[in-house]
Design a protein around this ligand. Structure first.
Ligand code: SME
Length: 157
């Protein structure tokens, strides 16, 4: 993947639009359309209790709430680091939303040192997300974070 080109395209897509939800919706669609072998791409946002609530996404309808600290998403939010799972069936605390998913990457959204949400991407192919994909997807999430105001996230922090 040419992540330099994707980052530039994403910056163009998000520029000039201040609405958080509009940019989040377009970022989810962008990830789903531009990354090959992806069956789900979208957001969860942390509420006051730390549960993750479903946000804009592309793919099949998904779990609406992930309990605090649970699943791959909860681990990424709690540890404030990207989590890549090559085989979701081997990750004990994986939460199944779509049985077609075989591998997954979750990147936390950080503001003021707190994880206020995550970007989750699933693939039907095991070990879909390489070290280069992790680096590139973290850059894409970084471009999204620069383009939005975290205080406007759908779930107040
Ligand atoms: N598999 C995730 C749940 C979200 S869905 O993949 C869309 C997890 O274990 O946190």
């Amino acid at each position: 993947m040419d992540y330099d080109t994707l980052v530039a395209a994403l910056e163009g897509l998000l520029s000039g639009e201040p609405d958080f939800l509009a940019n989040a919706a377009n970022f989810a669609a962008f990830l789903y359309q531009e990354l090959p072998e992806v069956n789900w791409a979208g957001f969860y946002f942390a509420n006051a209790a730390g549960d993750l609530v479903l946000g804009p996404f592309n793919g099949r309808p998904a779990c609406t709430r992930l309990p605090h600290g649970r699943g791959v998403c909860g681990a990424a939010a709690a540890e404030r680091r990207t989590v890549v799972v090559d085989d979701v069936h081997a990750f004990a605390d994986h939460i199944v939303c779509d049985s077609a998913s075989a591998s997954e990457i979750v990147v936390p959204l950080i503001a003021d040192g707190r994880a206020y949400g995550v970007v989750d991407i699933d693939s039907p192919r095991a070990a879909r997300f390489t070290a280069a994909d992790r680096d590139g997807i973290e850059r894409l999430v970084g471009a999204f974070e620069r383009a939005v105001d975290a205080r406007r996230a759908p779930v107040p922090i």
